[in-house]
Design a protein around this ligand. Structure first.
Ligand code: PEP
Ligand code: MG
Length: 941
């Protein structure tokens, strides 16, 4: 569980005597202070102060929440109640109503709201202030019995659930039974008498479950409600959510409570309630996007109980209010310079804004709105860039359904959150979590989702609901998480108990595969192939703005010509790491590599390398051509060579099998049944066939000899710590012909390109270097081969020669290494391993999860660069390297090169480039821009 961090300020308050201000009216609260007032409270203050029609109310601060939660006896801090009463008086004056009054009662909502929006994760209570007396007053005043009892039953249920801990299901059962009795399908069909009866039964439910009558004193109700909302900060949902989204106490600490005069969207057909976005949050298009319900309360829209209407329909239903709503939309966006997600209520023809917050949008929408708002001068280009978190772009790499698929959809709902996903259906969040953990891909299928389903969202690939609109809980949460969602697919009947869903004639059982397309709203049976997304024009433009401000260049790690071409489409400005060993693994190449390894003499080894030379040359040529005139960093062979041979156990088993085959073949060879074949799968995965005759025996013998040789070699090459062993430059110096072949391949490819005037930029990089002398030796090979290639091709190959910095000693020797190298590239995978003495192969599966859970290490150092340890080594290396050679080009090619925080650190170190996997390139380009803009901002402070 996330621990509660009591700020020093809150701690002081516990000891403080003098009255402290915990409560702020909407007229006085500082709209910029979200930490103190929560996002919702701060915005209610700001909207009030810029003249928007917000119902009167006040905010109880997050300080009050933390002080309350830290108190031993769970009492509100001294002064809170007095300040609440004082503020309630002001609300009474502003509304002309009185709290607890039997004539014209004031009702309030008690809403949660922390510094960071956590939609639906904490509690809210509506219609507070109802009891037998005020009920009568409300009846006298509104003359609307149905409305009054509707408000009452909602209040009892919400208060019962949130403040008194009565399970929701108890109320739902009573409610459904009464609907059934009344013969109605939707709650709007219930009469005043039905609702009155439901209210009576609800009061009884509360008494049965809690053993006490429902509280009738309105200030007692208010105090209980305030505490309940504060408590919801440490509730499971909220804690899970904060953990999942890494919300630290520095980002949001405690929830504020907003007490707001109730306005009613369910006062008849001139009343309505709705939720809207100033732009389409799914696509980012500049259209008014929202939904509303006439004669309903706010929760009805988001809970998906009734399917709402698109906001545009209000234009015909209530034209002048639609006009006011359009004005509100535009005022909100120009004031906040951000797409707003706001709630409104129309009470008897008067429009109120109940809350606003920055719209949560998927990456597509963020990119489009950023670009369009910059073009419309609402934002500067830099503001547009800073609006998007770099990691968010990863969402754009989500797959889409292959447009060539021919599947007929089973059902259609609303396209509520784009992207496509396949998985097995599950019908409740707990099962989703369970099956999701069992490494199944799951799609959570629900009638509607509720905040308590959040763990099911985390576990699922996508969400499908049969009720609710594009602003339903399911849609909002899925969009925030970047997961596909189809909402309101009304043809689907979900039966949670039977773990199945019916769609017309079809029945889907738990475990059946479905595919959902959140871009079209279609639902399909089975798994449908997906394709990679393409870049939108807006994203391309945004990334060019990023490149204009970034100081770091962004390269890609790519090992073959296809990967290099792909990296180019992501905007890679070069290849920062080509791991040449990966070229050796192709099935037609591996046997040659094995031949080279098994060679007993230098001649034999050279013969094998001669076969590899043209293959490597062609690979290098293709990559250089694909990237020309961008740099391509080619790293000489790095891993220990035993990695190209099968394991010892595997070889031993093969030998047993081959010997057995030989006996069989010898036994039957007299039958001369040469048509029959014996099969043996060799350790390279290929199936070898041996005929049943003398020839077969001979071939098996040869195979046995080869395997025995391999086994012997495996024994010879065995090392206790191969990662610290005979690899990298050490290998290159013991078997010079291997590196020489690779250097020749690079330089010949370069010369061939240069001869036809193609500007290629190879950079030869040596791995695992720990001393300058190693570099001197390899450089000598390079010079020798360069002279030969020059003579042979009559051109001077142009290239750079540099080193990886991935060994601690290399950092310490950076000055000496810089004398020999034109560039450094930090291999932070190995450097992290070496600095921590954590095996990069095992740590992440063994103890790092525990270290993260217990906060022993804040981040996984293989994911996020450890600036305190590894970073300090890098700093020293940069300093000493550049002291020796001021124009030394320095980059990073470990996994950290694509991680935004690490990229910021590389920028601060003054590196020239980062290199990461192709799909991370857009993320890195934006992160590099953020790093520059962050620096500029700090400089101007
Ligand atoms: C590194 O060590 O960071 C690196 C890039 O090399 P490899 O991952 O291939 O060891
Ligand atoms: Mg390495």
């Amino acid at each position: 569980m996330q621990t509660l961090e009591i700020t020093p300020a809150a701690e002081e308050l516990l000891l403080e005597d003098a009255p402290h201000q915990f409560v702020f009216s909407f007229h006085e609260g500082n709209g910029k202070n979200k930490q103190l007032l929560g996002g919702k409270g701060a915005n209610l203050c700001e909207m009030t102060q810029i003249g928007l029609n917000v119902p009167p109310g006040f905010v109880i601060s997050t300080e009050a929440c933390l002080t309350y939660l830290a108190s031993a006896d769970k009492s509100l801090p001294a002064g809170v109640i007095d300040q609440v009463v004082e503020n309630m008086k002001a609300v009474e004056i502003a509304t002309g109503k009185k709290f607890g009054d039997a004539e014209n009662p004031l009702l309030v909502s008690v809403r949660s709201g922390s510094a960071l929006s956590m939609p639906g994760m904490m509690d809210t209570i509506l219609n507070l202030g109802l009891n037998e007396d005020t009920l009568q007053g409300l009846l006298n005043h509104t003359k609307n019995e149905r409305f009054v009892f509707d408000a009452y039953r909602r209040f009892i249920q919400l208060f019962g659930k949130v403040a008194l801990g009565v399970p929701d299901a108890k109320f739902d059962e009573v409610f459904e039974a009464q609907k059934h009795k009344a013969g109605v399908k939707v709650d709007i069909g219930l009469s005043a008498a039905d609702l009155k009866e439901i209210s009576r039964l609800f009061l009884q439910v509360v008494k049965d479950v809690t053993g006490k009558p429902f509280p009738t004193d309105v200030y007692e109700q208010l105090e209980i409600a305030i505490k309940a909302v504060f408590n919801s900060w440490t509730g499971k949902r909220a804690v899970d959510y904060r953990r999942e989204f890494n919300i630290t106490p520095q980002m949001a600490n405690g929830t504020a409570v907003n007490v707001v005069a109730m306005v009613f969207g369910n006062m008849g057909n001139d009343s309505a309630t709705g939720v809207a976005f100033t732009r389409d949050p799914g696509t980012g298009e500049n259209i008014f996007f929202g939904e509303y319900l006439v004669n309903a309360q706010g929760e009805d829209v988001v809970a998906g109980i009734r399917t709402p209407k698109a906001v545009i329909e209000l234009k015909t239903e209530m034209p002048s209010l639609y006009q006011q709503l359009e004005e509100l939309r535009s005022k909100l966006e120009t004031h906040y310079k951000e797409v707003q997600d706001f709630e409104f209520t129309i009470e008897k023809g008067v429009l109120y804004c109940l809350q606003t917050r920055n719209g949560k949008m998927n990456a597509t929408a963020m990119v489009r709105t950023s670009v369009e708002m910059a073009k419309d001068n609402i934002l500067s280009k830099n503001e547009a860039l800073l609006r998007i978190k770099p990691d968010m772009l990863e969402q754009l790499l989500h797959p889409r359904l292959d447009s060539l698929h021919k599947s007929i959809p089973l059902a259609q709902g609303l396209p509520a959150s784009p992207g496509a996903a396949s998985g097995v259906c599950v019908f409740d969040a707990d099962r989703a979590e369970l099956l999701g953990r069992a490494v199944e891909k799951v799609i959570l299928v629900r009638e509607e989702t509720k905040p308590e389903d959040i763990h099911g969202f985390f576990a699922s690939q996508g969400i499908l609901t049969s009720r609710g609109g594009k602003t339903s809980h399911a849609a909002v949460v899925a969009r925030g998480m970047g997961k596909p969602c189809v909402a309101g697919a009304e043809g689907i009947e979900v039966d949670v108990k039977l773990r199945q869903a019916r769609i017309g004639e079809k029945t889907l059982h738990e475990g059946d595969y479905i595919t959902i397309d959140g871009g079209t709203g279609y639902v399909y049976q089975g798994v449908i192939p997906t394709v990679d997304p393409t870049f939108s024009d807006e994203l391309k433009l945004l990334l060019t703005w990023a490149d204009e401000v970034a100081k770091l260049k962004v390269f890609a790690n790519a090992d073959d010509p296809d990967a290099a071409k792909k990296a180019l489409t992501y905007g890679a400005m070069g290849i920062g790491l080509c791991r040449t060993e990966r070229m050796f693994n192709a099935s037609e190449r591996l046997p040659i590599v094995v031949e080279m390894i098994l060679a007993n003499t230098e001649e034999e080894r050279k013969a094998a390398l001669d076969k590899l030379l043209p293959i490597q040359r062609q690979d290098f040529k293709d990559i250089l051509l694909a990237m020309a005139p961008r740099p391509v960093t080619i790293r000489l062979l790095d891993p220990p060579i035993h990695e190209f041979l099968p394991g010892e156990d595997e070889l031993k088993e093969e030998l047993i099998h081959l010997r057995h085959l030989k006996d069989t073949a010898a036994g039957v060879s007299n039958l001369t049944n040469s048509l029959r074949l014996l099969h043996a799968e060799n350790s390279m995965g290929a199936l070898t066939a041996f005929p049943f005759n003398d020839k077969g025996v001979e071939l098996i013998d040869q195979a046995i000899v080869k395997k025995e040789q391999m086994l012997k070699k495996v024994h010879e090459l065995h090392e206790v710590n191969p990662m610290l062993g005979h690899r990298g430059v050490r290998l290159g110096l013991t078997f010079p012909e291997i590196y020489k072949m690779q250097i020749r391949a690079v330089l010949e490819a370069t010369a061939e390109c240069q001869k036809v005037h193609i500007d290629v930029r190879p950079e030869i990089m040596v791995p695992q270097v720990c001393t300058a002398e190693e570099l001197v030796r390899v450089k000598a090979y390079v010079e020798e081969i360069k002279a030969e290639v020059q003579a042979q091709h009559n051109v001077t190959p142009v290239f750079k020669f540099g080193t990886m910095i991935e060994v601690v000693r290399a950092c310490m020797e950076a000055g000496e290494l810089a004398k020999e190298a034109a560039f450094f590239s930090f291999g932070t995978n190995d450097l992290t391993q070496a600095t921590f003495s954590f095996s990069r192969e095992d740590a992440e599966n063994k103890f790092l999860p525990l270290y993260a859970e217990k906060n022993i290490l804040h981040d996984n150092p293989f994911e996020v660069l450890d600036t305190n340890g590894v970073g300090k080594l890098m700093k020293v290396a940069v300093e000493w390297g550049r002291k020796e050679k001021p124009d030394l080009k320095i980059g990073i090619c470990g996994e950290h090169g694509g991680q935004p925080d690490s990229i910021r650190f590389c920028h601060q170190l003054g590196l020239n480039y980062v290199s990461c996997s192709g799909p991370r390139v857009p993320v890195a380009r934006l992160a590099a821009a953020h790093a520059s803009l962050g620096e500029a901002k700090n400089a101007s402070l």
